[in-house]
Design a protein around this ligand. Structure first.
Ligand code: ADP
Length: 475
């Protein structure tokens, strides 16, 4: 199919249709793109069985073979970049230029892990006596199940599936019910690239709870990986306890973005625009609390106001659009509630907050934000900048760390001593220093505290799918 739009789950190398269907809507137009199959319990069980059988076949493959298959998958994704990006903009809303960027970023994980597949080295351990030889080998964990969100419909899947396949694991994935089409297209291309049948199954359902329960409680599944909100992550983590699964959790953040008075303010504002407005603010690493040193507050606000005024809101398929719709109308309602709460408690609003149609939300700046406001504690997941003034480094570090999350943090400083002091003091898994866009397939992505467990990308990303076995040989 030339446009890569498929409407069924994908199990054992084939489409899996059910009579029950639900609509996947374009958030920009509220029109239905297609009616997609809503899988039932039996379908999910079948996908797990298929993954189990594929795992046995994967054990017969070499790392080199899996590397070459992944490389072909990468090439097919790049070949279909335009169709995948258009599909993504239609089902998710992000501007086409960002969707194209995500296809490349997502494909980057496939390419990286096609290379890392060949490097799952074990250790040789110096023995403690002359009669023993001690080594370790790394082996695939087994069947993996995963659940992914709608904000990055391709990259959130490739950064789990590619390392799993590289390691020799089979996979059942449940994409968000809002963006299942990119997931099915990816599985179709993986099959075309020569994936072992059943090594990548996509189960599409509106009943996330049902799928999650089967995945987490199944004895077949040895590893569960999730990207989504902290609340759902906690629930799934506790469900995984029943079968002691290995887990990776990429959960929510509440990223501080700190501008010190010695920063290059033009660069800081440019970095903030990317860290805040990419994907209309709907990213777990989005700058959420912007701390600006009081002496430069006025200048930063002037520069920021000018830049924000240039942003164009609209359908992501139209030329020149910077901010697409939020994923659904309820997401806009949440943003509006947070903004209203902040204004009621004393924040000042810069920007035009008059109602836009559907899920579109205008970019806004809130100043004088305080910890008493809900927007300080919640991920806003929308195009709203919250500004908090601070006086010194000690104060801002205390404020920045005083949240239960620890995913990404950003700061701008030209002072090398401050760069090291602040980098080491921030309780976050990833730090952007004079940089607002930090995600990269070659580097480890992940959080501390309630932002999650494990790392995706980098050489660390492969270990998430490997068990290390110790061999003790008496000679
Ligand atoms: P978001 O607010 O970004 O959609 P969620 O955590 O609600 O974040 O969703 C992320 C993924 O988790 C989606 O695929 C969604 O369908 C799934 N999900 C939501 N609730 C549950 C649940 N109770 N059990 C399993 N999966 C769930």
């Amino acid at each position: 199919m030339s446009d890569l739009v498929f409407s069924d789950s994908f199990i054992d190398g084939d489409f899996y249709s059910t009579s029950q269907r639900f609509s996947v809507d374009n958030p920009a137009t509220a029109e239905s793109i297609t009616q997609v199959s809503d899988i039932d319990e039996a379908g999910v069980e079948q996908a797990l069985k298929s993954a189990d059988e594929a795992f046995s076949k994967l054990k017969q493959t070499t790392a080199t073979e899996r590397s070459e298959t992944l490389r072909r998958w990468y090439e097919l994704v790049i070949e279909h970049k335009q169709q995948l990006a258009e599909l993504m903009t239609k089902e998710q809303g992000k501007p086409l230029k960002e969707a194209l960027g995500e296809v490349e970023y997502g494909a980057g994980f496939i390419k990286w892990f096609s290379e890392e597949a060949k490097r799952s080295y074990g250790d040789t351990i110096p023995a403690t006596d002359s009669k023993h030889r001690l080594t370790t080998i790394k082996q695939p964990i087994g069947v993996v199940a995963g659940i992914t969100p709608w904000n990055f419909p391709i990259a959130m899947i490739t950064r789990k599936v590619a390392p799993a396949y590289a390691a020799g694991c089979s996979f059942v994935i449940k994409p968000s019910e809002h963006t299942p089409l990119c997931a099915i297209a990816l599985a179709y291309l993986a099959d075309k690239a020569g994936f072992v049948k059943g090594a990548l199954n996509v189960v599409v359902s509106e009943n996330a709870k049902m799928v999650g329960e089967i995945m987490t409680e199944s004895e077949r599944v040895r590893k569960f990986t999730f990207t989504g909100s902290t609340g759902v992550g906690k629930q799934l983590l506790s469900q995984c306890a029943s079968t002691i699964k290995q887990t990776s959790m990429e959960l929510g953040g509440n990223a501080p973005f700190i501008i010190f008075d010695n920063a290059d303010l033009d660069e800081a504002v440019a970095g903030l625009m990317g860290a805040k407005f990419r994907n209309a603010g709907q990213t777990c690493v989005a700058a959420n609390r912007i701390f600006v040193q009081r002496s430069v507050l006025e200048t930063v606000l002037e520069k920021l106001t000018d830049k924000v005024a240039e942003l164009k809101v609209g359908n992501g398929l139209d030329d020149g659009v910077d901010i697409g719709p939020l994923i659904y109308p309820k997401a806009k309602e949440k943003v509006q509630t947070l903004v209203q709460d902040a204004v009621d408690k004393g924040a000042s609003l810069i920007g035009d907050n008059s109602e836009l149609e559907g899920s579109f939300q205008a970019p806004l700046i809130l100043t004088d934000v305080t910890p008493e406001m809900d927007i300080y504690h919640d991920e806003v997941f929308g195009p709203v900048v919250s500004i908090i003034a601070f006086d010194d480094e000690e104060e801002v570090l205390q404020l920045a760390n005083d949240v239960p999350y620890g995913l990404a943090a950003y700061f701008y400083s030209e002072n090398i001593k401050q760069v090291y002091r602040v980098s080491e003091a921030l309780e976050y898994g990833m730090i952007g220093i004079n940089e607002g866009l930090i995600s990269n397939p070659v580097a480890p992505f992940g959080g501390v505290k309630q932002s999650g467990l494990g790392r995706e990308g980098g050489h660390q990303g492969l270990d998430e799918y490997l068990e290390e076995k110790y061999l003790c040989v008496k000679v």
